[in-house]
Design a protein around this ligand. Structure first.
Ligand SMILES: NC(=O)c1ccc[n+]([C@@H]2O[C@H](COP(=O)([O-])OP(=O)(O)OC[C@H]3O[C@@H](n4cnc5c(N)ncnc54)[C@H](OP(=O)(O)O)[C@@H]3O)[C@@H](O)[C@H]2O)c1
Length: 298
């Protein structure tokens, strides 16, 4: 589903001009490929996460991410930063149509009426008149009512694609029973310590994508210093972070790494100029602990 031919406007040039430090991981970032969702909408294969970024730091980080070449921005009502993300979008000067903006409906707003209201509040905070992707953040409350509202908004052209987050397979099956629109994707915790093989296979066979949240496990369990990831990185002239993002990409998952560090943001874009081989993939597969690294959130 990865479309190499398709390049999002504006990202290539800005990214291609980034410097490469001698002897350091490559920071040159070629254009970001796109994936095609099950309704034909194209989405960048890599985007920028905004969890825990607020206020000016959020606006500066998102505006700089867009300047560096990111086009997909992932926010949520519960992150309390939709206004700051909207300010960054306006600051960036990049054409709205070149961006792919995702937000999420929080548990407290579940249901048909509340869901519709929450969506409008999200649009107002962002200062936008449509969203590219809107997700049910967690499978709690009146999920069917929320989905019905999202289907209507999708049909009315206010949301280009709709999906879910943190749904397990039975929860997804139950949603599908009453749905008239199939979710485009499921955004779930996925990283080398929780690889979600079964979830990935199940979504793929049902024509949905996996979008990986916490693609670095937020650095938990020593991810960035992991000797296997570092050794693979050394072999390719890349950092452990770049190896992880490339691994997600080669599995067909969309990734949304977050960083408040401009150099990291650029480093995280530079993953489209190398390939992990079968041995690398085998070694990363062996890191799977097959359990969440965020037990406090489940
Ligand atoms: N749907 C859900 O329930 C859900 C849940 C969680 C997250 N999300 C989404 O997924 C996005 C990503 O997940 P996340 O923010 O939790 O965590 P993450 O992207 O896995 O990790 C972020 C951490 O990695 C560090 N980092 C980033 N790039 C790095 C690099 N190249 N080298 C070293 N360190 C690096 C960042 O530090 P620096 O700032 O210092 O770079 C930050 O501490 C979120 O921002 C949010 O949009 C969704």
């Amino acid at each position: 589903m990865i479309g190499r031919r398709s390049v999002l406007k504006g990202g290539a040039l800005a990214a291609a001009t980034l410097a490469i430090g001698a002897g350091r991981p490559s920071f040159a970032a070629p254009a970001i490929p796109v994936v095609r969702l099950n309704n034909g909408v194209e989405m960048p294969a890599l985007g920028f996460g905004t969890y825990s970024l607020r206020g000016d730091l959020c606006t500066e980080s998102v505006a700089d991410a867009i300047a560096a070449g990111y086009r997909l921005i992932d926010t949520a009502k519960v992150y309390e930063n939709e206004q700051a993300v909207g300010a960054a979008i306006r600051k960036s000067g990049v054409d709205r149509k070149s961006l792919f903006v995702t937000s999420k409906i929080w548990v407290d707003d579940s249901g048909y009426e509340k869901g519709k209201r929450a969506f409008q509040e999200t649009l107002d905070k962002l200062g936008l008149d449509y969203l590219d992707l809107y997700l049910i953040h967690r499978p709690r409350g009146d999920v069917a009512g929320s989905w019905r509202a999202m289907e209507e908004l999708h049909r009315a052209g206010k949301i280009r694609a709709i999906g879910v987050s943190n749904f397990d397979q039975p929860q997804l099956a139950s949603l599908l029973e009453g749905a008239t629109v199939k979710p485009a994707l499921n955004q779930v915790e996925t990283h080398p310590f929780f690889q979600q093989e079964a979830e990935l296979a199940s979504l793929r066979s049902a024509g949905m994508l996996l979008e990986a949240w916490a693609p670095f496990a937020e650095g938990r369990n020593g991810l960035f210093g992991n000797p296997v990831l570092q050794a693979i990185g050394q072999k390719h002239g890349k950092s452990a972070a770049q190896v992880v993002l490339r691994w997600h990409h080669q599995r067909g998952a969309v990734v949304i790494p977050r960083s408040s560090n401009p150099a990291h943001r650029r480093e995280n874009l530079a993953i489209f100029d190398f390939q992990l081989d079968a041995d690398d993939v085998r070694r990363i597969a062996a890191l799977d602990l097959d359990r969440s690294q965020f037990p406090e959130w489940t």
